[in-house]
Design a protein around this ligand. Structure first.
Ligand SMILES: C[S@@+](CC[C@H](N)C(=O)[O-])C[C@H]1O[C@@H](n2cnc3c(N)ncnc32)[C@H](O)[C@@H]1O
Length: 502
């Protein structure tokens, strides 16, 4: 890889010698009997192949494949590390492989390239002994691409002659410029490096770029939420409370806790918790307030808003475009004894009066569809799939949704505009353009003061305070962006606007 904007090149043009067998003819179940290939490596290869050929999501597919192969304990851990680690570091490994093979990676058969990536990850980023990393990968090659087994052996031996630090030094020395250097050594597409740099520059914290890119390459710990006000599930009694979210915590056996607490304890990033709380705790709740979660699926934030609405006597409506995701919202809120109306439909075509809010909603969460560049650490392949063109498409959607949300606010009502992307076009760009359109009708709130007021500990935030940008490297959260905006009381209400339109 040369730090180009598209990331590692996956196109195959010329074979490395010998074809490869398809997954269908392979039958990975056999690997439990075939001790010449470790089942963990077979599972990792299988997932890499599915990600490459059928756009699968590793985090959804891997658990099923681990279960199907009967992997437990250390073997399951190895399959997870090999799959996620290889996918995250793909950009760096492809540059190493191109050097070691003496040819660009687009001249290596894709299945063979996946084998080399798996082997290189073991050699340069794990404690797997060199002989095991090479021999196990060659054994796997004998199953999936037998004619290329010799080539795999030769390339991995070449990779193993240089240690990881020296490889990174060599790649850095060969880089054209700083962006290219970071792209190849920190394994991100160059356009994402530029976008993250611009986001940090916006806060005057560009010196943190390397730490941010490195944080994207580390698996996040499983973070939990104890939905507030629902029985005995208190963070401090269940595990180690989060640094910032008053309802978040980590625990040694997170999934066992989730199962034991039947929906009252859920997996949720701490940044997502703070985003939902920024809306529900922006000011005291008046009983009877009407709340809307405009883009609710799969419902993580809806569940927290529902618990908060229940405690404060508010009414909550959740809206989601995709029916299957609306169903996930229903499941997410099942443990909260609040009657939440889940509407399936386009958020830009929503009539507050039909949803029981003729004067508009008092609080609206718009957790907008976005590139997700703030959650790269938990979606290992995502960085290679996103394209710069996605940004323009999504900002257009965000503009329509944010206008619809603002139009559905009651006078004095508060909108929380949230993204799990720090890309400035999706964050400051979307909100600044909207504020211009809304003019005097809108007033930005001191979002930083609200979030600091919620956080259990002092929170190091950049920017001017009107918006909040959280970061994986600084806060240990996804890179969530939060902007709170109020509709001024003098501004036309929904009912008045509807009357004027008649
Ligand atoms: C970032 S996700 C929301 C995540 C959610 N708040 C949570 O915490 O689980 C954005 C959601 O918006 C939905 N969506 C996209 N376009 C929409 C539209 N026009 N109207 C309503 N929902 C939409 C997507 O299907 C997706 O479920």
């Amino acid at each position: 890889m040369s730090g180009n904007d598209g990331g590692p090149n996956r196109r195959a043009s010329r074979s490395s010698g010998g074809g490869s067998r398809g997954a269908a003819s392979r039958g990975w179940r056999d690997t439990r009997r075939d001790r010449s290939v470790s089942a963990a490596r077979a599972v990792a290869y299988d997932v890499l192949e599915a990600v490459r050929t059928s756009d699968s999501y590793a985090n959804l597919l891997l658990p099923a494949r681990i279960e199907r192969a009967g992997l437990e304990g250390a073997d399951a851990g190895l399959a997870t590390e090999l799959t996620y680690g290889t996918l995250r570091r793909l950009g760096t490994w492809d540059a190493v492989i191109a050097e070691a093979a003496g040819r660009p990676t687009d001249r290596i058969d894709p299945p063979v390239l996946d084998l080399l990536r798996l082997g290189t990850h073991q050699l340069l980023a794990t404690r797997v002994p060199t002989h095991a990393a090479v021999n196990e990968t060659v054994a796997l090659a004998h199953r999936v691409a037998p004619a290329a087994a010799g080539f795999v052996n030769a390339v991995l031996r070449q990779v193993s002659r240089t240690d990881a630090d020296e490889w990174v030094r060599r790649l850095a020395d060969a880089a054209r410029d700083d962006t290219d250097r970071l792209a190849v050594t920190r394994s991100h597409p160059a356009w994402i490096v530029r976008a993250l740099r611009a986001a940090l520059e916006h806060e005057g914290r560009v010196g943190e770029l390397d730490a941010l890119l490195e944080a994207d390459n580390v698996s996040p710990v499983v973070n939990l939420i104890a939905l507030p006000g629902l029985g005995d599930a208190e963070p401090a009694s269940l595990g180690a409370p989060d640094a910032y979210s008053p309802v978040g915590f980590t625990a040694e056996h997170p999934l066992a806790l989730v199962a034991a607490h039947e929906g009252r304890v859920r997996v949720q990033d701490e940044g997502s918790q703070l985003a939902a709380l920024a809306l529900s705790r922006a000011r005291p709740i008046e009983p009877g307030e009407r709340w809307l979660d405009l883009c609710a699926g799969p419902g993580g934030k809806t569940a927290l808003l529902a618990a908060e609405a229940l405690a404060g006597g508010a009414v909550l409506v959740a809206n989601e475009l995709v029916p299957a995701r609306a169903e996930l919202v229903r499941r997410a809120i099942a443990a909260v004894p609040l009657d939440v109306h889940v509407r399936v439909g386009d958020g830009t075509e929503l009539d507050p009066a039909e949803l029981g809010a003729p004067d508009g909603f008092d609080r609206i969460l718009l957790d907008a569809p976005c590139t997700g560049l703030g959650a790269l650490r938990r979606r290992p392949e995502a960085r290679w799939r996103k394209q710069p063109a996605d940004v323009a498409e999504l900002t257009a959607v965000q503009a329509r949704l944010v206008d619809a949300a603002f139009a559905a606010l009651a006078p004095g009502g508060i909108l929380a505009y949230v993204t799990c992307s720090p890309h400035t076009a999706e964050t400051h760009g979307t909100i600044a353009a909207a504020l211009k359109r809304w003019g005097e009708a809108a007033e930005q709130l001191d979002t930083a003061a609200v979030v600091r007021g919620i956080a259990a500990r002092p929170l190091d935030l950049g920017g001017d305070g009107r918006t909040v940008q959280l970061w994986p490297h600084r806060h240990g959260t996804d890179a969530m962006f939060i902007a709170l905006v109020r509709r001024r009381r003098g501004a036309e209400s929904v009912a008045e606007r509807a009357a004027a339109a008649r």
